[in-house]
Design a protein around this ligand. Structure first.
Ligand SMILES: Cc1ncc(COP(=O)(O)O)c(C=O)c1O
Length: 405
């Protein structure tokens, strides 16, 4: 069968594949612990459910405008004023099928074949594939000092005359690192100076810990006009625990948003009106669920870090936000893929191999599940890897005996 070059160049999503694997193993009755997931366990806010059901009950569920229903755009405008101190108009806003589609159509609207799009590493698995889908060239910029916090020099070094855009995701999936205000200020200034698009993937911006406050890129922008090349991406998936609703958005200059609307209009049309109504409910409703999720995640992070820190041989990094930690397991095994497979095969714990995020030897461990899953999951991992642990482990009433070294 002949497939397009683009289709052949794209890898499947490793995180979605892992979710499928977890589901298959669970169906078989295996006592799987999924520490690879990317979605909070809490329920969607009641205001979201009520808003969607009220619309569903009318029985009239029609096409929605390609760029989103006016009520959702208004809610996004209000959100942008509250969190970004920026007044925008409906023409600066597009609602999409998740932040994923918002990012994808943003890239399609600005990237020409062979143009480069740069992002720090470690990076979210979809960036390189999305850029390739636009026939662009993904360029990843690791921090020179090996940390999760790149400097502006790390970025500058990799910018070329072909660089069209820089994507910044802070706090970051997979590391949980929240970049400093100084770094964000520098990157905004640099992109303005070089006339490069700056895509801020702020999907985790309110899920931050230790008293930190979300950073607003516009605070550092000199150009607040319609020429601004900052595109902010956000959505309801993570902060409102509404991953399955598939509503995200982008805020940008009118020309970019118009181009994105044209593209989205031909791709999928606007997102389902029911799900947009749910997002309006979430954004305009009682906000306590976001804070309660944040507090739960901070507590989960603390428990996970205590457990991981007691794991000799693992180098840990305390996440500033998100619900992931990215830990260095290279002491046990250099290949993160081999390590992740071993943990699934031997103790049914799912983690995501670091190589998928651009850093070998690391595993991404999620703390968006239950405390029981976190503690038992880490205990099982420790048993599998640390040869000083007892030779046997009970999972329920099943006895495992370590037969590997
Ligand atoms: C960094 C980052 N950006 C965007 C997304 C996409 O979010 P959505 O569910 O809104 O498409 C994710 C989801 O995992 C993510 O981690």
């Amino acid at each position: 069968m002949s497939l397009s070059q683009i289709a052949r160049s794209i890898k499947s999503s490793p995180t979605l594949a892992l979710n499928e694997k977890a589901a298959i193993l669970r169906e078989k009755g295996d006592p799987v612990i999924h520490l690879g997931g990317g979605e909070p366990k809490s329920k969607a806010p009641m205001d979201a459910i009520l808003a969607a059901s009220a619309h569903l009950n009318t029985g009239e569920v029609r096409y929605a405008p390609a760029d989103g229903i006016p009520a959702l755009k208004q809610a996004i405008i209000r959100y942008t004023e509250e969190y970004y101190n920026r007044k925008v108009s409906p023409k600066n806003v597009i609602a999409s099928g998740g932040a994923k589609q918002a990012l994808m159509v943003a890239l399609q609207a600005i990237v020409n074949p062979q143009e480069e799009v740069l992002y720090p590493s470690p990076f979210w698995v979809s960036y390189p594939e999305m850029i390739k889908l636009c026939q662009g060239i993904p360029v990843c910029a690791p921090a020179e000092d090996g940390s999760f916090y790149p400097t502006i020099e790390d970025i500058e070094q990799r910018v070329s005359s072909y660089t069209k855009a820089i994507i910044i995701n802070s706090p970051n999936n997979p590391s949980g690192a929240m970049y400093s205000e100084e770094f964000i200020a520098n990157i905004v200034e640099y992109c303005e100076k070089k006339d490069i698009y700056l895509i801020m993937d702020d999907i985790y911006h309110r899920l931050i810990f230790d008293g930190k406050k979300p950073i607003n890129c516009f605070d550092y922008a000199k150009d607040k006009s319609e020429n601004s090349k900052i595109i902010v991406i956000n959505g309801v998936s993570k902060q409102y625990a509404m991953t399955g609703f598939r509503i995200g958005w982008a805020v940008g200059n009118k020309k970019v948003i118009e181009a994105m609307t044209n593209i989205q209009g031909h791709q999928t049309s606007g997102p389902s009106v029911l799900l947009q109504k749910a997002a309006v409910g979430a954004l305009n409703g009682i906000q306590s669920s976001v804070e309660s999720l944040r507090v739960t995640l901070e507590n989960n992070r603390n428990i996970l870090m205590d457990r991981l820190n007691a794991f000799e041989g693992v180098k840990t990094y305390k996440p500033d936000g998100t619900f992931y930690t990215f830990a260095d397991f290279s002491h046990y095994e250099k290949s993160s893929m081999k390590l992740s497979n071993l943990l699934i095969d031997k103790v049914q714990v799912l983690t995501v191999p670091g190589v998928e995020f651009g850093m070998e030897g690391f595993l991404r461990i999620s703390f968006c599940g239950t405390i029981k899953d976190i503690t038992e999951g880490i205990d099982r991992m420790k048993w599998a890897l640390d040869l000083n642990s007892p030779n046997e482990l009970y999972i329920g009433d099943r006895k495992l005996v370590r037969d590997w070294a």
